[in-house]
Design a protein around this ligand. Sequence first.
Ligand code: ZN
Ligand code: ZN
Length: 271
Amino acid sequence: MIMKRIYQDYHMHSSISPDGNSSMEDMCRSAIDKGFKEIAITDHYEFYIDGVASYRFNEAYLDEYFIAINKCKDKFSDRIIIKKAIELGQQHLQHEKANRILESYKFDFVLASVHKIRNLDLSQINYNHSIIDIYSKRYLEEVYELADNEDFDCLAHLDLIKRYASKNNIKVNLAKYKDELSQIFKRLIDKNKGIEINTSGLRQGLNEPMPSLEILKLYRAAGGEIITLGSDSHNIQDIGRDFEKAYDIIKAAGFDSIYTFDNRESKRIQL
Ligand SMILES: [Zn+2]
Ligand SMILES: [Zn+2]
């Protein structure tokens, strides 16, 4: 039996990202070799409350990204569709600056993430049972603030905090915060935005994607339709990882299509 799968990977990082390990050209070649039809290269751009950026998130960084991706498009466009994309972290912390970037640089797809509670990275929190509820709620408040007022296309890895909590052996299920999630979903759906299904959780010991099937079902029940699928690969090996499993999870959550983006316009693909 041929496994059903999806040939659009909408979340990956090249070595232009601070944490990427493979060049953009190698990422493209690997995606072609694996039979992908379309990829979005979503290098990071993080925002902080004033002045603590430890990496060169600036115009030179974005220019480097655009030079590299234009080169890849020239080289590989007969074999794969390559989308100009970005993963903006905490754009609600620098609303004006984020909007200026989105006006100056023409992306096909903008993925929005919360990696931090204010400037505190989720990976830096010392998780334990007495504080997990407080941090989970604070995390969802950040997500709401982002969803409420910012310019993006899809919200990335909606229950990301569970990844870091699990490293301290704390299990987090954000599905229990039904009111908070429904407010986030309402804002997304009202503004024609979507969420991504991020398969990195499947290969990082969580045994489920981000968000979980339970949260995907809540989004679907709330009327959510727009979803993208991404591996969040930071190297050539992880491109498209676990996309067969993801197909089944997407179907189980009640979706019959996924979405791609061109020039910030969504396009539906029937599964
Ligand atoms: Zn991320
Ligand atoms: Zn990412």
